[in-house]
Write a protein that binds this ligand. Structure first.
Ligand SMILES: NC(=O)c1ccc[n+]([C@@H]2O[C@H](COP(=O)([O-])OP(=O)(O)OC[C@H]3O[C@@H](n4cnc5c(N)ncnc54)[C@H](OP(=O)(O)O)[C@@H]3O)[C@@H](O)[C@H]2O)c1
Length: 253
């Protein structure tokens, strides 16, 4: 069960190899999480983190195969995990793909892969998770959205639009969960230093994965519906959202 401060004992991570996901899980194990299941395309690559979390105090850690884009398997795979482990207090949705905008805007298949991995697949999985958590009567979903979806820019509109879709979906899903005992928290980081952004020029106000984890734990404690990382992103995007298109288009980056 989540305790009064929103801290879970059991966590399922969709997109188990995500560096931000792992930082969040490490922080949760530092509190009271004991059961952790990482679900991802390459469970064999998760041996290191499984061993590390066991050393850090998690009693039950495993990695299983799950592909965000295999929508037809979501009910069976995710339902199977809930049946096997009894319950999950928190499901973290971390799967995502940055893509390569220069390629994607001319390659429909590549673009569709980014859009599907960031929006269609995770959203479909969340429908299944929402039903499973509703049946428990308690639990939380934490979803890694992005400021890129708050106002979509010319420079990364394939990725940004997929995050905009995911973010909008999560807002509606969160509203549908009111009164069910289940909560959904949207996390909107700016630029985070992980393997996803390796080799890229850091955007202003860039953070590390541990900073995202800290903000997520604070958000869980306060039952925040939305967490911006860093917090300054919120007023910045409030202003950016109001800029006329012609002006917004001229902002570099
Ligand atoms: N880093 C940033 O600047 C930043 C900023 C805002 C939001 N975010 C979001 O935060 C989330 C985590 O990103 P991160 O920075 O931790 O990057 P990351 O380490 O690259 O994590 C993304 C993970 O998604 C997994 N993934 C990709 N396709 C998948 C699929 N079809 N099925 C299941 N898993 C899949 C990848 O695992 P495999 O390749 O092993 O399958 C990868 O480990 C993403 O949703 C990202 O969009 C990141």
């Amino acid at each position: 069960m989540n305790d009064a401060l929103g801290s879970p004992q059991s966590v399922l991570v969709l997109g188990g190899t995500s560096e931000i996901g792992r930082a969040i899980v490490r922080a949760l194990v530092g509190e009271r999480a004991r059961l952790v299941v990482f679900a991802g395309r390459h469970p064999e690559s998760m041996d290191g983190v499984v061993a590390e979390l066991r050393r850090e105090g998690a009693s039950d850690v495993e990695a299983v195969r799950w592909d965000a884009n295999a929508v037809g398997t979501h009910r069976e795979v995710l339902g199977g995990l809930f049946s096997e482990h009894g319950r999950f207090d928190m499901v973290l949705v971390a799967a995502g793909l940055l893509g390569d905008q220069k390629v994607d805007e001319h390659d429909p298949e590549s673009a569709a892969g980014v859009m599907s991995t960031n929006y269609v697949g995770p959203a479909a999985a969340m429908l299944v998770v929402a039903d499973l958590l509703r049946a428990q009567g308690q639990g939380s979903m934490v979803v890694l959205s992005s400021v890129a979806g708050v106002r979509v820019r010319r420079s990364n509109f394939v990725y940004g639009s997929s995050k905009a879709g995911l973010d909008g979906f999560c807002q509606g899903l969160a509203d549908s969960l009111v009164g069910s005992g289940v909560r959904l928290m949207i996390v909107r980081p700016g630029f985070v230093h992980t393997k996803m952004t390796a080799g890229m020029k850091a955007a202003p106000l860039s953070v590390g994965a541990d900073e995202v984890a800290k903000a997520v734990l604070a958000g869980l404690r306060k039952s925040s519906p939305v967490v911006w990382v860093p917090a300054a992103m919120r007023p910045i995007f409030a202003v950016l959202s109001l800029l006329p298109r012609g002006l917004f288009r001229r902002i570099p980056g």
